[in-house]
Design a protein around this ligand. Structure first.
Ligand code: NAP
Length: 255
């Protein structure tokens, strides 16, 4: 059987690429011929993902960056460009959540931290990505939002607010830059089995845990390979007529 090579030689940069959805996607697109920059604040895990890719014959580099720090993001994109040229596809995936808590009891610092990473982080990255894509005649920005960016998410209001904001950035930038051949889309997963979700499941009681796992008609968590597969398609030119939209991967939760 011929291996799929529909992202061959594309420079794909993934933030939060050391873990969960980001790591699975980095490994998949590298196996399909992309040159991948894995970025994360977690150097040890990020370098392990890059080693796995290179050991399998792929091309990848790790660059440490904190997406909530504007200077760190600028350095990331200048370093990435120096290695593989302008970014063709950027996946803004780095994110944090917070412990489910009634909104009036959520510490303001938790709210501000969610805004700093999930919203300002995407904002800083998108600006750098658009600059490189304008210079290069086009590209594709893919933001990882969430079903919590499309509908209510009781107990995680701060997280949900940042993901709604990411949807706003996605749609506005898509319309603003369509003429420049830059596409902007989002992916909105429901609960996916990653360290982020495993951590939440470990800290809630059994009733909430079961409700989270069975929150969709399929009555199960999503798996990272199911999100990575959709992202790999988005990274390819097969998604060329899609912009300003979200791919909802939720086991039917929002149906
Ligand atoms: P994950 O396994 O925790 O991976 C996220 C990665 O991002 C981690 O390596 C994390 O490092 C890194 N990171 C966090 N803050 C960062 C920062 N300021 N700068 C750079 N890297 C940073 O999470 P995941 O579940 O794969 O989530 C990936 C994305 O999908 C997130 O945006 C999340 O909101 C979204 N999402 C996830 C789900 C789900 O159910 N899993 C559902 C909907 C949306 P540390 O380990 O050091 O924190």
């Amino acid at each position: 059987m011929t291996a799929i090579k529909n992202v061959e030689n594309k420079h794909i940069l993934i933030t939060g690429g050391a873990s969960g959805i980001g790591a699975a996607t980095a490994i998949l697109v590298a196996s399909r011929g992309a040159k991948v920059v894995v970025s994360d604040r977690n150097t040890q895990q990020g370098e392990a993902v890059v080693k796995q890719i290179c050991d399998a014959g792929g091309t990848a580099t790790f660059i440490a960056a904190d997406v909530s720090d504007v200077d760190s993001v600028a350095a990331l994109f200048s370093h990435a460009k120096a290695i593989y040229g302008p970014v063709n596809v950027a996946i803004n995936n780095a994110g944090i959540d917070h412990t489910p808590t009634p909104m009036h009891l959520v510490d303001d610092a938790v709210f501000h931290k969610n805004v700093a990473v999930n919203l300002a982080g995407v904002w800083y990255c998108m600006k750098q990505e658009i600059i490189q894509m304008l210079e290069n005649g086009g590209g594709h920005v893919i933001n990882i939002a969430s079903v919590a960016g499309l509908h209510s998410a009781p107990s995680i209001a701060a997280y949900s607010a940042t993901k709604h904001a990411v949807m706003g950035l996605t749609k506005s930038a898509a319309v603003e830059y369509a003429k420049a051949n830059i596409r902007v889309n989002a992916v909105c997963p429901s609960f996916i089995r990653t360290p982020m979700v495993e951590n939440v499941l470990a800290h809630v009681d059994e009733r909430v845990r079961n409700a989270m796992i069975k929150a969709n008609p399929m009555k199960r968590l999503g798996e990272v390979h199911e999100i990575a597969a959709a992202l790999a398609w988005l990274c390819s030119d097969e998604s060329s007529f899609m912009t300003g939209q979200s791919v909802v991967l939720d086991g039917g939760m929002l149906a």
